[in-house]
Design a binder for this molecule. Structure first.
Ligand code: 13P
Ligand code: SF4
Length: 373
């Protein structure tokens, strides 16, 4: 490959440094990515989440929402390496589900999820102990949104619990209530509340659990009366969508439909016409007739791509503010090229490897999720 990029030369076992990739031109980075993909062939699978920027997602072999990406990872044994264009919890999930037979890499280790960071194992274990003083833990099903660290998935595995995604949260709550009287749902209070409401659970039987307050900020009576305990976490991107944005859209486009992600707050979900995961949002628009008008409440890169891919429809971003997932955005061409070059010269970098004990318990909770219909 001819390139003027001053990337360090391969010196046997020494991994290539990242810094020179920052100075590479876009065309050099693209050439490197294509060359590495060619060299690695079928041993490499690049998975990409729908929120990735266009310049990155185009190199993904397969893309999806969190549920689809989990399924793909669990069936990925044909390759030797997965490079995950997404965020940390997604790469961890892929590592857990691919059972160590496939090595998983995240091109930038700082690509996290601010919502996932809102619940940690220590706080969840403390909450579990606090609850046990007032209610029987055997009647509480721990449910973690897939946007969480592997050790929280393992906590659910150990306690008979389960993982959910935005596309199967209702089925997972059905599964949970068929087995236990109450649910402790973390870390996204909005997905938990929006989903529990679809099961007809009244708001006064849902309590927010604030990990910074004694008994989560609740009285013992409120805890004993509760069916759902909602961890006080949220998505910093989806909390930017407000009910007034829906009102404004409807005033501007009276025939238009509002389509939002269930991480949005309840008042936005209530005001919307349709609610679902990123895959659902994409499929809904793909199947809509030409001339349809949409106000879409989810991450900006995906909405811009939908607008670009469906010029026959009128697709509007629901919020007047820019709502981008800053951490997804950290996976860029320089990081992808650097990660792939290192894989191709057999000096892999940024492997995500969940410790075996954690992975085993987390896999149990994830398998339960994959088996729920
Ligand atoms: P999906 O599973 O709907 O793609 O959502 C993932 C996510 O992080 C949304 O913020
Ligand atoms: Fe996390 Fe929100 Fe980004 Fe999704 S959009 S990865 S929930 S911060």
């Amino acid at each position: 490959m001819t390139t003027t990029c001053k990337a360090p030369s391969a010196t046997g076992v020494v991994p290539l440094r990242f810094e020179p990739y920052r100075d590479c031109s876009e065309s050099e980075l693209r050439a490197r990515i294509l060359a590495a993909k060619r060299d690695l062939g079928d041993s490499l699978l690049i998975l990409g989440h729908h929120y990735q920027q266009d310049e990155v997602i185009q190199y993904a072999d397969l893309r999806g929402d969190s549920y689809k990406l989990s399924q793909l990872a669990s069936k990925s044994q044909a390759c030797r390496a997965i490079v995950f264009c997404g965020v940390h919890f997604m790469a961890e999930t892929a590592d857990i589900l691919s059972r160590g037979e496939v090595a998983v890499y995240l091109p930038d280790l700082t690509a996290g999820c601010s919502m996932a960071d809102m619940a940690d194992l220590e706080s969840v274990e403390a909450a579990w102990e606090d609850l046990a003083e007032w209610i029987d833990p055997a009647e509480v099903m721990p449910v973690t949104y897939i946007n969480s660290a592997a050790d929280l998935k393992a906590f659910c595995g150990r306690h008979g619990g389960i993982v959910c995604t935005s596309s199967n949260a209702r089925a997972v709550l059905d599964w949970s209530f068929a087995r236990r009287r109450r649910v402790l749902f973390f870390p996204d209070q909005h997905l938990g509340r929006n989903t529990a409401r679809t099961l007809g659970i009244p708001l006064d039987q849902m309590r927010v659990w604030n990990p910074r307050e004694p008994l989560g900020g609740n009285t013992p009576e409120q805890i004993t009366a509760s069916r759902v305990l909602l961890w006080k976490g949220h998505c910093s991107v989806h909390q930017m969508f407000k009910p007034e944005h829906v009102t404004r859209f409807r005033q501007r486009f009276p025939g238009g439909k509002v389509l939002v992600h269930p991480e949005c707050m309840m008042q936005v979900v209530d005001a919307a016409d349709l609610v679902g995961s990123t895959e659902f949002i994409i499929t809904t628009i793909e199947q809509a007739p030409a001339g349809s008008t949409w106000g879409v409440g989810t991450e900006l890169h995906l909405v811009n791509r939908l607008a670009h891919d469906h010029p026959d429809q009128h697709i509007h971003f629901l919020s007047p503010m820019v709502c981008m997932c800053a951490t997804m955005y950290r996976i860029d061409l320089p990081h992808l090229a650097w990660c792939l070059d290192n894989l191709a010269q057999d000096t892999p970098v940024n492997r995500i490897q969940v410790p075996a004990e954690t992975a085993n318990w987390a896999r149990i909770a994830l398998q339960r999720m994959l088996e729920v219909k």
